[in-house]
Structures are given as structure tokens and as C-alpha cells.
Design a protein around this ligand. Structure first.
Ligand code: NDP
Length: 314
């Protein structure tokens, strides 16, 4: 191997709960995994604040702290964690070939794709400003902090509908703000939304601004796209549920993806359309999207990689 070339039994791409859990299991199975951290080291938990639903932290913990702990645990078993991005893969023959932005070419006997998904945002400056101080991309994660308060949620898909009904159980009032005059969500989810007394749907409207001051968020300015009329909602929580984009650009044409770009895995497994390539976490899951489910599938992927290698002794 030259200085710019490495060989590994298991290359893990991505460093969220799925990637690091896969690394812990793969390293303890002696696969000597290499992890490339990717664009957002630590993944989506690093852009949240308090996390109260990750098992093992009875008093809750900061998202970045949990990821630091997971990284340390992976490194304890000699995972080779590298900061950098895999820019290109060739999955047509084994060992698979991956090129990184640090100039390295990695030849890997197995690959675990754990590149996650990125929440889509509205793109408002004020949305960025109050991120984690009222603005959130996950009601299941952060809804609890707004118990008894008034909140708004943006979007018209199944996620927005599901999260609105979830929030309605915790919060006093939920405004569901949607840019059109009908929801994209399934009829069953729509039915729930329309039959929940404390959800008010605001049709044909988009958020123009998240409002707030030094103390945090205080409300949201909503604009009707048909009439131009504006309305201020007095809310302390503002949830954005306008979809996620899986980070699968480099895998297009190499591994089977669904129409939304998520990696397709064989149900009940993390196996993909390419033997020896596994996928874990949000990159293959648009349903649960929780740190703990990502960690669970990371564990599955490492076990499956280890078994694959044992049955394909090379
Ligand atoms: P979707 O892409 O289905 O919906 C996104 C919603 O956000 C749409 O209503 C869209 O409006 C709106 N939107 C997009 N961009 C903007 C913007 N810039 N400003 C304002 N509104 C915007 O994403 P979901 O996360 O809801 O769902 C993803 C997939 O996961 C779907 O296939 C869904 O069915 C599935 N899912 C299933 C669940 C279940 O079965 N229980 C639960 C959650 C998700 P418009 O409608 O006008 O395009």
C-alpha cells in the first residue's frame, strides 16, 4: 500500500449515532474499521441542544456531548476516525474503492453507509438565529420542552401532520402553517389533524420571519401567499417539518435508492442491493429518524458486515 492508499475490512462513511455504533461493534469484532466523519462530524445531534430520550442519560445530555461520548467509545477500540469526506465510491467490484478529500484512496472489503439525512430548512436568517432557542426540526425530540405552550409547525406532509398531532397532546395550541390549501399528508393523518381541537391549520401561508429578542423566540410572522396579508403568531416553539434530504449523492447509480433518494435495505436487515454494502441510520430510514434507532441499525450493520466477511473468506 502506498501512502495515499489504505486497506480496511470495514469502511464506515458518516459519524452520527449509526456510524459510531457500527464502529464500536466492528472494532470489537476486530474489523479495524476506518470512519470518515463527513460534512457534519457527529451528525444531526450536534445541532440539537438538550437530548432527553437517548437511553443511558437519566438527566438528559447535550447532543454534542452524546456524540463526543460515542466517538470516544469507538476510539477506545481503535477505530481509525478521520475528519474528511468520501467524495467518490466504486461499488462495482470488491474490494470496494472509495476516494476521500484528504487524498486517500481506501480499498474496503465492506462498506457501511451511515451518511444520514439533512433536515430541510426554510432558509430565513431568523430561523438560523433562533435554532435551538425555539426553532427545531424535530417535534419528537424537542416537543416536551414546550409543554403547555403555544407552538407553530410548518409543512403539509405526513411528518408535519404526525408531529402536529404529537405536539397537540403536549401543547396548549398548535398552529399548522401550510403553503397550499390542502395537505399532502395521507388521508388518515389529515383526519387526525382536522379532528384535533387544539390544532388550527393556517392555509396558503408561509413564515416570513421568526420573531424574538435576547430572551429567545417570541413568535412568528406568517404571510398569506394569495392575499399578502400578514399575521403574527405568539408562539414559543417553531417546528420546521418540510422534509429531509438523504445524503446519498455519491451513491447514485451504485446502490439502489428509492424515489426520494433513500438507500433501500432488505426489510429487517441493513443489506443493500450490493453484497457487502450495508446502510444504517437515517440514510435508509425516513420513518423513525431517532438517534437510538440509528444506533440500533448501526449495530445491525456491523454484525452483518462481520458475518458477511466470515462467510466470504478472502
Ligand atoms: P414531504 O416531502 O412529504 O412533505 C414536505 C411538506 O413540506 C410538503 O407539504 C411541502 O409542501 C412542504 N414544503 C416543502 N418545502 C417547503 C418550503 N420551502 N416552505 C414551506 N413548505 C414547504 O416530507 P415529509 O417529511 O412529510 O415526509 C417524507 C416521507 O416520509 C413521505 O413519503 C411521507 O409519506 C413519509 N412519512 C410517513 C409517515 C407515516 O407513514 N406515519 C410519517 C412521516 C413521514 P407541498 O405539499 O406544497 O409540496
Amino acid at each position: 500500500m502506498s501512502e495515499t492508499t489504505d486497506k480496511t475490512r470495514c469502511l464506515i462513511i458518516g459519524s452520527g449515532p449509526a456510524g459510531y455504533t457500527a464502529a464500536i461493534y466492528a472494532a470489537r469484532s476486530d474489523l479495524k474499521p476506518i470512519v470518515y466523519e463527513g460534512l457534519q462530524p457527529g451528525g444531526q445531534l450536534t445541532i440539537t441542544t438538550e437530548v432527553e430520550n437517548f437511553p443511558g442519560y437519566p438527566d438528559g445530555a447535550q447532543g454534542p456531548q452524546i456524540m463526543e461520548d460515542l466517538k470516544k467509545q469507538a476510539e477506545r477500540f481503535e477505530t481509525d476516525v478521520r475528519s474528511g469526506i468520501i467524495t467518490r465510491v466504486d461499488l462495482s467490484t470488491r474490494p470496494f474503492k472509495a476516494e476521500a478529500d484528504d487524498g486517500k484512496t481506501i480499498f474496503a472489503e465492506t462498506i457501511i453507509i451511515a451518511t444520514g439525512a439533512s433536515a430541510r430548512w426554510l432558509g430565513l436568517e431568523s430561523e438560523k438565529k433562533f435554532m435551538g432557542q425555539g426553532v427545531s426540526g424535530c417535534a419528537t425530540c424537542d416537543g416536551f420542552f414546550y409543554r403547555g405552550q403555544d407552538v407553530a409547525i410548518v409543512g403539509g406532509g405526513d411528518t408535519a401532520a404526525e408531529e402536529a398531532t404529537y405536539l397537540a397532546k403536549l401543547c396548549k395550541k398548535v398552529y399548522l402553517v401550510h403553503r397550499r390549501n390542502e395537505l399532502r399528508a395521507s388521508k388518515a393523518m389529515q383526519h387526525k389533524v382536522f379532528n384535533t381541537a387544539n390544532i388550527e391549520v393556517i392555509w396558503d401561508s408561509i413564515p416570513a420571519e421568526v420573531l424574538g429578542d435576547e430572551s429567545g423566540m417570541t413568535g412568528a410572522l406568517i404571510r398569506n401567499v394569495k392575499t399578502g396579508e400578514e399575521r403574527t403568531l405568539i408562539v414559543t416553539g417553531f417546528f420546521v417539518a418540510i422534509g429531509h434530504s438523504p445524503n446519498t449523492e455519491i451513491f447514485k447509480g451504485q446502490v439502489e435508492l428509492d424515489e426520494a433518494g433513500y438507500v433501500i435495505t432488505i426489510p429487517g436487515t441493513t443489506r443493500t442491493s450490493v453484497e457487502g454494502v450495508f446502510a444504517a441510520g437515517d440514510v435508509q430510514d425516513h420513518h423513525y429518524r431517532q438517534a437510538v434507532t440509528a444506533a440500533g441499525t448501526g449495530c445491525m450493520a456491523a454484525i452483518e458486515a462481520e458475518r458477511f466477511l466470515s462467510s466470504n473468506l478472502t
